[in-house]
Design a binder for this molecule. Structure first.
Ligand code: ZN
Length: 243
C-alpha cells in the first residue's frame, strides 16, 4: 500500500506549510493529498499555491479557494474572512486565479484502501458543511463508497471509525486501519489550527495506520507578514492561540 500524507486548510500560511512539508520529507511518503483551502486568512496565497502545485499529487478546492475566484458566495463568510478573501482576490496572479477556478470538489483513489477526498462533507461537498462530531458520521458514511474519507474545513483534527456493525468511535491521535471498518478523518489545519493547539496539523496514512501529527512553525513571522498586509488583527492573534 502506498504511504500518504494528507494536509488541509493551509490558508496562505507559508511558514506553516514549509514546516509541515519539511516533516513530511522525513517520512517515507509516496504522495501528498490536499483537502482544500490553500488561500484565505493568510499573507502568502500565491506562494502557497505554487508550492502545493509542485508537492501535492491530488488537490481539491475549499470554500476559501472558490470564494477567492467567485465560484462560491462569500456573503456567508464572517466579516474577517471576507476582508481576507477580498485581499486575496486582489493579490492572486492571473495564473493562480485560474488554477483555483479549475480545482475539483472531490477526488478518489481506488485500490485496497480506497480514498475519498473532500473539503467539507461527503454528503454535500458544495454546501461547505462542517464535519464536527461522531453524530455527523452516520449520514456521511453513506455518502461515499471508499473505505476512508479525508477532509478538512473545521480545522479540528480527529478520526472516526465505523465498525461493520455501524458502531462509531473517535480517535484523536492514531488509529489502526482494519479490514471491514471505514473511516472519516479530519486532517485539521496546517495554517490556522482551531483546537487550542497552535501547531500545524497534518495526517500520515501508512502501514495501515492513520496518525495525526503536529508541527511547530515560525508563527511570529507569519503574524508580521499579516500585519504588513493589513489583514484583520483578530486573524493575526488567533494564530498564536490556535483557535
Ligand atoms: Zn479552512
Amino acid at each position: 500500500m502506498p504511504a500518504y500524507a494528507i494536509i488541509s486548510d493551509v490558508h496562505a500560511n507559508l511558514e506553516a506549510l514549509q514546516a509541515v512539508l519539511a516533516e513530511i520529507e522525513k517520512e517515507e511518503i509516496d504522495s501528498i493529498l490536499f483537502a482544500g483551502d490553500c488561500v484565505g486568512y493568510g499573507p502568502d496565497p500565491n506562494e502557497c499555491i505554487e508550492l502545493l502545485r509542485t508537492k501535492a499529487s491530488l488537490v481539491i478546492a475549499g470554500n476559501h479557494d472558490w470564494g477567492a475566484v467567485d465560484l462560491t458566495d462569500v456573503r456567508d463568510f464572517n466579516a474577517y474572512a471576507r476582508v481576507a478573501i477580498d485581499w486575496t482576490r486582489d493579490v492572486l496572479t492571473a495564473q493562480n486565479f485560474s488554477y483555483l477556478q479549475d480545482l475539483p470538489l472531490t477526488q478518489k483513489i481506488s485500490g485496497d484502501r480506497a480514498i475519498f477526498l473532500v473539503h467539507g462533507t461527503p454528503k454535500e461537498p458544495d454546501q461547505w458543511h462542517y464535519f464536527l462530531f461522531e453524530f455527523d458520521a452516520k449520514v456521511n458514511f453513506r455518502s461515499f463508497n471508499e473505505q476512508i474519507c479525508f477532509l478538512g474545513h473545521s480545522h479540528i483534527p480527529f478520526i472516526v471509525e465505523r465498525s461493520p456493525r455501524g458502531k462509531t468511535r473517535s480517535f484523536y491521535a492514531r488509529a489502526e486501519v482494519k479490514d471491514g471498518c471505514r473511516y472519516i478523518v479530519n486532517a485539521g489545519s496546517v495554517g490556522q489550527p482551531r483546537d487550542g493547539n497552535p501547531e500545524a496539523s497534518y495526517v500520515l496514512f501508512k502501514d495501515d495506520a492513520i496518525e495525526i501529527k503536529r508541527v511547530s512553525y515560525d508563527i511570529l513571522l507569519t503574524q508580521k507578514k499579516m500585519k504588513k498586509a493589513g489583514l484583520p488583527s483578530y486573524l493575526i492573534t488567533r494564530l498564536s492561540e490556535g483557535r
